[in-house]
Design a protein around this ligand. Structure first.
Ligand SMILES: Cc1cc2nc3c(=O)[nH]c(=O)nc-3n(C[C@H](O)[C@H](O)[C@H](O)COP(=O)(O)O)c2cc1C
Length: 374
């Protein structure tokens, strides 16, 4: 592939980890999911290493059987807003479900984050899985409603983010012109699930609009994501499956006249890295030894830094991924990845050494979208 963008990196800062027992490790703050000092430290570590973005998962229904992190975690938009004030360049990606909120609320929340951070916000708009507890009055959606509702949600969200043209607010004290009303485009949407009448109350983002992702794998997901989003978050369970999904996404983008390079394919993994394979395996055993319910599957990316870097390179060069998201199950997972793997990726010319742009979109090599275009 010519002029392919360099590999992008994200840090998934999910508190004490995505399992039942990492919180018990001596080096992990047991309250990490509600510990702002922990999140600031992780965010600044990732920013010093020039990661393009931070990334937060979310949980759409909370119940007693959840992993510790899901029972003790900050709301993502609030946390990202705090981190916006403690970082300068790194992107801030939050996850929220379209099933339990109105698009107006989320459009406003994420665009506010974008303004607070001067163009670094992004949203992973998920649909949520049915089942579990019913935390919201709206209840769980059946499969038949999940995607039709999501599509309406995305339609409205994108329209709201483009309520105002870039130069809609002269805010000219001399002439007294605050807003040019001809450059305001109120939304007038009447759908099956949502009705929105009126404008959003925030000017357009410096990056056009916040970067938008969806997470999933089904053909309906592929169809919707390639119509509305800037990228996807894929399960990444195996190399072969991810290559197939990435190819399906590329084919759909081309079918829709979109430039596949202007799209981000991401997976999230919990690499466990050591100076040697043996050291990495020892760290994995430390996690397993923490409890009978550890349920930490063998990481796909585990071993010496060379081995992990080469595996990431293989996925990237096969076109399976543009963005590799680093989760940590071991308390030093992110730090180890940064100290040991990042320099190798840089030496091989796969990962940048400095931020090139001011906005998240710029750092992901995504062009600023023209007003009201996908
Ligand atoms: C990689 C990945 C990440 C996801 N992240 C979340 C999440 O953070 N919170 C959540 O409630 N659902 C999450 N989901 C669920 C999706 O939003 C969606 O409901 C599910 O994947 C069904 O989509 P499908 O059409 O691909 O089957 C995730 C799914 C995938 C594949």
């Amino acid at each position: 592939m010519t002029n392919r963008k360099t590999l992008k990196l994200a840090a998934v800062i999910d508190g004490p980890g995505w399992n039942f027992s990492s919180w018990r490790h001596p080096d992990m703050p047991a309250d990490a999911g509600e510990n702002i000092d922990f999140f600031v430290q992780q965010a600044q570590l990732a920013e010093q290493a020039k990661f393009e973005t931070l990334f937060l998962y979310d949980v759409s229904h909370v119940g007693p059987g959840n992993i510790p992190y899901y029972l003790s975690m900050f709301e993502g938009g609030t946390l990202m807003s705090a981190l916006a004030m403690k970082t300068e360049r790194i992107g801030l990606s939050m996850t929220a479900s379209s099933s339990y909120t109105d698009p107006y609320n989320l459009a406003r929340q994420v665009l506010s984050l974008d303004k607070l951070s001067k163009g670094r916000a992004s949203l992973n708009a998920i649909t949520s899985n049915p089942g579990g507890m019913v935390n919201f009055s709206r209840g769980h959606l059946g499969k038949a409603d999940q995607y039709p509702m999501h599509e309406e949600f995305l339609e409205v969200l994108l329209d709201l983010w483009d309520t105002y043209e870039d130069d809609a607010f002269p805010r000219d004290k001399e002439s007294g012109v605050f807003l040019n009303p001809r450059k305001m485009h109120p939304v007038n949407f009447q759908g099956k699930y949502f009705s929105v009448d009126g404008p959003l109350n925030l000017s357009r983002s410096v990056q056009g609009r916040p970067v938008l992702y969806m997470a999933g794998s089904s053909p309906t997901f592929v169809d919707l994501a390639t119509s509305y989003t800037d990228g996807v978050f894929m399960a990444g369970s195996t190399f072969e499956e991810t290559v197939l999904l990435a190819n399906a996404l590329t084919a759909k983008l081309l079918e829709k006249g979109r430039q596949p390079d202007h799209f981000v394919r991401a997976i999230s993994q919990n690499p466990i890295v050591g100076r040697t394979d043996a050291e990495a395996h020892q760290k994995y055993r430390e996690i397993l030894a923490l409890g009978p319910y550890s349920h930490t599957p063998v990481p796909l990316f585990m071993g010496s830094a060379e081995r992990v870097a080469t595996e990431i390179q293989r996925w990237y060069e096969a076109g399976a991924i543009d963005l590799f998201m680093v989760r940590q199950d071991h308390p030093h997972g992110l730090r180890d990845f940064i100290e040991l793997v990042v320099p190798i990726l840089q030496e091989r010319g796969l990962f940048h050494r400095e931020y090139e742009a001011e906005t998240l979109r710029g750092n992901l090599d995504l062009p600023k979208p023209a007003f009201r275009t996908i």
